[in-house]
Design a protein around this ligand. Sequence first.
Ligand SMILES: NC(=O)c1ccc[n+]([C@@H]2O[C@H](COP(=O)([O-])OP(=O)(O)OC[C@H]3O[C@@H](n4cnc5c(N)ncnc54)[C@H](OP(=O)(O)O)[C@@H]3O)[C@@H](O)[C@H]2O)c1
Length: 274
Amino acid sequence: MAKQLATLYRTAFVTGASTGLGRAFADMLLAEGVRVWGTARAAERLAPLVGERFTPVVLDLKDREGALAAFRAAERAAEGFDLVINNAGYGAFAEFTAVDFGVWEEQLRVMLVNTAALAHAALPPMIARGRGALVNISSLAAEFPLPFQSAYNIAKAGLSALNESLMLELAPTGVVVLDVRPGDYRTDFEGSVRRPQSEFTPRMERAWRAFEALMSSGPGPAHAAASLRRALWRRRSGTVRTGRFSQAVLAPFLARFGSLALKRRLQARYFNVR
Ligand SMILES: NC(=O)c1ccc[n+]([C@@H]2O[C@H](COP(=O)([O-])OP(=O)(O)OC[C@H]3O[C@@H](n4cnc5c(N)ncnc54)[C@H](OP(=O)(O)O)[C@@H]3O)[C@@H](O)[C@H]2O)c1
């Protein structure tokens, strides 16, 4: 029988395990013999996963203290996590100035500040044990920002910056940090993107249609879980770009050789917002 990830990671905590990428990560880990504590904002969303090796955790990243308390209770029950995956997140699509700043503030709180707080809580026991892995799910949006999703782009760029900082800081500790940057995957994400601006401008319409087409034609979430599985086996900190070849391999490669101005022009064309 092939060796299972459970030989490296006995226990895992996965935020946003109810659907999409988080669900695929949880499924992959369970199939690898890992005991998984997975979160959603409502317990019933996790019902299909509940089983001998899966424990549901209710957690809303809007509420930092509540989220940290839920994490600590799960950590006690698991007797420590070998793997923590910060995956939960959502999109918000609007012109930056057309909606109340509170829309962006909430997204930054959920996806950057409180996500970083979970990493801050998860790392000390791993550092003390000299092993474990922290995976923060960023996005290719960290390097190729999405039009009309300004706070999402900030959150993901910030999370990738945190990952880079931790890779440097934790290098001698034995703790692995993975900066996972997916391209467009076919998940519930597009359906759950908040659209607080009541009327779209023609440029927004075009960007939204391009975004929808890219999301719905992307690979399924199991593809991202397979990338994560390979990265976890490597047991080395690093950046994991994953998705279709043109987004995860070709675009980052070409971006190294062009100017930022050229990159910006090509992105505007990609989203049809020239
Ligand atoms: N799909 C893509 O193409 C893509 C590309 C790059 C990066 N990503 C990133 O991958 C991650 C997962 O995205 P996905 O595509 O799998 O999206 P999804 O299918 O919409 O799933 C999002 C997950 O996050 C949870 N969530 C949302 N808001 C939350 C909150 N305030 N507190 C706690 N949990 C919350 C949801 O749980 P509930 O059951 O509570 O709703 C759900 O489990 C996100 O960080 C996203 O930015 C996705």
